[in-house]
Design a protein around this ligand. Structure first.
Ligand code: DGJ
Length: 541
């Protein structure tokens, strides 16, 4: 190599290597510290105010545009858009990415981030999104069987040919997204499959599955369970305990009555992890799976999708699906906080990729982000935010909450895991007032304007308190007023130094209005969301 070429090559090395490194560092990723997880996008913590498109709202770009417009109108920052395997690979090995590209370009135009939902082998515990050539070849792509030997409308988790085909398609998708988006980071998360598990059977009884069920649980599963023995969810812990924490034996010998569901969770999570692993080899942004929860009144696995990452078998998924970063609950149950708590674990940051699109669920965005340090919230069916040019009840409820949350996101992100975020939600059984301990001998007594009405269409007040200092708070939301009760000395409420209405520009408070006289109170009227900065006089000892 002559000298000039050598110098050129050396420069190329110096210039190219750090750039490539920087790009790699900046792809959306999760950062885990002890029991804390941040989603970083472009190097900054990102919180998702999302909305999910209906299942059939992403088969053409015009419909996707409608979804994006609805998201703009409600101040969302992220779209969740399905990607159907059957539309992407109508013929084996021939991929059509025009919906992928169009969805990404549209999101960029609308300044939205994007979560793609890979509807591959599994969709709501069936196979409705697999290509026709998979569905119609029941020998190669064999199906799960129920206990009576009947073929089900789901691919068997033991079907290697289906796994290979799904891996090929998903890795093609991720390779393409990497090429198309790696410098823009529009796509921030991938959902792998959709609500996995098997419905109407407790496990797969196909010949391949039956053979595996007669064998032993794999040693890596058992050693993981052993390592986390004290922290396993109750059903799994009890089942294994009753078998004397056996480390060998058939599935039934080791897990007793829970064996079919544990076996199903292991086989389904192994399959999904295989798909995720293939995708991660192409583009390793964070991946999650969504969970169809166990409904109240369901008795046995198969009443809910058996083998999905439900409460019973979360630990089996954690042991097996090592390429899945988050197990994310779809919460359509009215006991939202209880369900969210299950998935808010040191090894699993809370992300709610679906919840009911109804006024009842809208204030749970505060529970998710402020109460549980979650990274995102995203009601399902967001295309219905509007009807005839006006917001629907659900659209209005979400818009009111997202409108005040949007400017607060940097402050919320900075306050996560500090115990300085407090959700305010009018809950059933909590009547019209709640006392929220703020620390430093201070309690916020929240009086709601309305009573709780047991109807998911009824409006519910809600909001957030952010503690900036012992005497300084952000209060945002609507439908309540607050008294700050001093806990030390004679019973009294704090005096105010100032109350300002305003917003944030990044992390800088911007005052719009100073409240005094008749307005010197922390009142956030129903359906009139606003952000207040409250300073208290705490000099009286
Ligand atoms: C949960 C699924 O994950 C969604 O794709 C959709 O089918 C909703 N259920 C409908 O309620």
């Amino acid at each position: 190599m002559n000298c000039a070429r050598w110098i050129h090559a050396a420069f190329a090395f110096v210039l190219i290597v750090p750039v490539a490194h920087a790009q790699n560092e900046q792809i959306p990723h999760l950062v885990h510290e002890v029991e804390r997880t941040q989603l970083l996008v472009d190097g900054n913590p990102f919180l998702i105010l999302g909305g999910q498109a209906g299942n059939s709202s992403a088969s053409n770009l015009e419909d996707i545009e409608v979804v994006y417009r609805a998201l703009d109108a409600i101040h969302a920052n992220t779209a969740e858009i399905p990607l159907s395997w059957n539309l992407l690979e109508r013929e084996p090995g021939r991929f059509d990415f025009h919906l992928v590209d169009g969805a990404i370009e549209g999101a960029r135009r609308h300044h939205l981030k994007l979560v793609f939902l890979w509807f591959g082998t599994a969709k709501n515990a069936t196979f409705s999104y697999v290509p026709d050539w998979v569905k119609s070849d029941r020998i190669t792509y064999f199906r799960a069987h129920d206990a009576s030997g009947r073929e089900m409308d789901a691919i068997s988790p033991f079907c290697d040919a289906a796994l290979k085909a799904d891996q090929r398609a998903f890795s093609a998708v991720m390779r393409h997204i990497h090429e198309f988006d790696r410098q823009y980071h529009t796509v921030i998360l991938m959902q792998v499959e959709n609500e996995t598990g098997l419905i109407h059977t407790d496990r797969d009884y196909s010949p391949a599955a039956a053979k595996a069920f007669e064998g032993q649980p794999p040693s890596n599963l058992l050693s993981y369970l052993q390592e986390h023995r004290e922290a396993l969810t109750p059903a799994l812990q009890n089942a294994w305990k009753q078998a004397g924490y056996r480390k060998n034996g058939t599935w039934a010998e080791v897990f007793g009555d829970l064996a079919p569901e544990v076996f199903s969770a292991w086989s389904v999570s192994r399959y999904v992890d295989g798909v995720a692993e293939a995708g991660k080899a192409e583009y390793a942004i964070p991946y999650y799976v969504n969970v169809s929860l166990m409904n109240t009144g369901s008795a046995r696995a198969g009443d809910w999708p058996s083998g999905g990452p439900t409460y019973h078998v979360i630990d089996v998924w954690k042991a097996t699906a090592r390429h899945i970063d988050i197990l994310a609950p779809d919460i359509y149950r009215v006991d939202f906080p209880q369900m969210a708590t299950i998935y808010n674990r040191p090894d699993n940051v809370l992300f709610v990729p679906e919840t009911g699109f109804a006024p009842y669920y809208a204030p749970y965005v505060f529970t998710t982000l402020a109460g549980m340090d979650g990274i995102g919230f995203s009601p399902f069916g967001i295309d219905h935010a509007y009807k005839d040019g006006t917001f629907t009840a659900a659209g209005a409820a979400l818009e009111e909450n997202y409108r005040i949350l949007r400017p607060l996101l940097p402050i919320i992100a900075r306050n996560r895991y500090r115990g300085t975020l407090f959700p305010i939600v009018l809950e059933m059984y909590r009547h019209e007032s709640v006392a929220i301990s703020l620390g430093d001998s201070l309690t916020a007594v929240v009086h709601f304007d309305e009573k709780f009405v047991a109807d998911t269409e009824a409006h519910r007040g809600g909001g957030i308190i952010i503690k900036l200092a012992a005497d300084k708070f952000i209060v945002a939301g609507e439908g309540f007023h607050i008294e700050f009760a001093e806990l030390k000395g004679i019973p009294r409420n704090s005096e105010y130094l100032s109350i300002e209405e305003g917003t944030f520009d990044g992390e800088k408070w911007v005052t719009k209005r100073v409240l005094n006289g008749d307005e010197e109170n922390t009142t956030l009227l129903t359906r009139q969301p606003r952000i207040l900065q409250v300073r208290l006089n705490r000099t009286l000892k």
